[in-house]
Design a protein around this ligand. Structure first.
Ligand SMILES: [Zn+2]
Length: 328
């Protein structure tokens, strides 16, 4: 009976799969001098591969959450109004102080959808919220990633002051004298930029049941289920936009060529965790379907971005799970 009453509720959602992203540079180690280094990650067996960090993906999701919240007039705290990365910590002046952590937490959750969904760390009073949205590394499937470091030359041309740009891959540059490109060059700036293409495995988890849940006293700070549903819909919309528009680093000149997406959406409608398995495994779909079935977790499969969008649209019609809701 309990399960019946909770029909149409979503405890948590995992999206796992693979994306094909070409010619991007969404995330880098940093720039030393004029060389920008792409992210490299090492797998358990020592294999080095390309990656985009979970931090970057979470940032993209948070940004789309913010945009949508702003546009739809959903509550944002004074820090999140202007998308400050500290979130609640930069808007903590009027919070109840030490000894009243539970009410401080409730206040933060009530007044801000971004603090609620994406978490924060407030120093005074010391309260911490873990994000309801979690991302692993986006990791290049070994043997299915390519990286190139391109050298770009920017020239200022004599009296006209015109600027010309040239680019070549490292190998091309090695075979010619860079200094001989233009005799009238008065200034030249060389810089190295990575370009990467590949099939990437991703894992992400959304704990819808924790929306509005005050984890100091484990009571819901939001009693209006309509408000919780709005936040749930918001997170799902931000997911849709994150996959359609992964706006990371260097998109001014390395806007990714998105070629495809495939994977599974796992949905737990009762209080059980969804199983996770890396799409680095070629058999991840079948394995996950088996695991999910044994746990009573629903699985939807997608083979392109349209399919993923349709699954997310359907999920938006449901409601976030509320812990202990039927026991009262
Ligand atoms: Zn906030």
């Amino acid at each position: 009976m309990m399960a019946e009453q909770k029909q149409g509720q979503v405890f948590e959602i995992a999206i796992v799969g693979r994306v094909i992203w070409n010619l991007h540079s969404l995330n880098n180690e940093g720039t030393i001098g004029n060389v920008t280094e792409p992210r490299t990650v090492v797998l358990f067996d020592g294999t080095k591969t390309d990656g985009v960090s979970g931090e970057m993906m979470k940032h993209i999701h948070a940004f789309w959450t913010w945009l949508r919240a702003k546009e739809n007039n959903l509550p944002l705290c004074s820090a999140c109004q202007s998308f400050q990365p500290q979130r609640a910590d930069a808007a903590s002046r009027d919070l109840p102080q030490r000894g009243q952590e539970a009410s401080a937490m409730a206040q933060v959750l009530q007044r801000c959808v971004l603090c609620d969904l994406h978490g924060f760390l407030v120093q005074r009073p010391p309260i911490h919220r873990q994000s309801t949205v979690e991302f692993g590394w986006i990791v290049g499937v070994p043997e299915k990633v390519h990286r190139d470091l391109h050298i770009h030359a920017r020239h200022a041309m004599g009296a006209q002051g015109t600027v010309q740009e040239e680019s070549a891959s490292e190998e091309e540059v090695a075979s010619k004298e860079v200094g001989q490109i233009q005799p009238e060059v008065t200034a030249q700036m060389l810089y190295h930029r990575p370009t990467r293409s590949g099939i990437y495995a991703f894992v992400t988890l959304f704990q819808a049941w924790r929306i509005g849940l005050n984890e100091v006293n484990y009571e819901y700070a939001l009693n209006d289920e309509g408000e919780r549903k709005k936040r749930y819909e918001l997170a799902l919309t931000a997911y849709e936009w994150t996959f359609k528009r992964p706006d990371g680093a260097m998109t001014t000149t390395r806007l990714p060529h998105i070629e495809g997406a495939e994977g599974l959406v796992l949905v737990a409608k009762t209080a059980v965790p969804v199983p996770l398995l890396s799409p680095l495994r070629d058999d991840y779909r079948q394995q996950l379907k088996n695991l999910a079935q044994k746990q009573g977790v629903e699985v939807d499969e997608f083979n392109d971005l349209v399919g993923l969008t349709e699954i997310l649209s359907k999920l938006r019609e449901l409601n976030p799970f509320k812990l202990g809701a039927t026991s009262q």
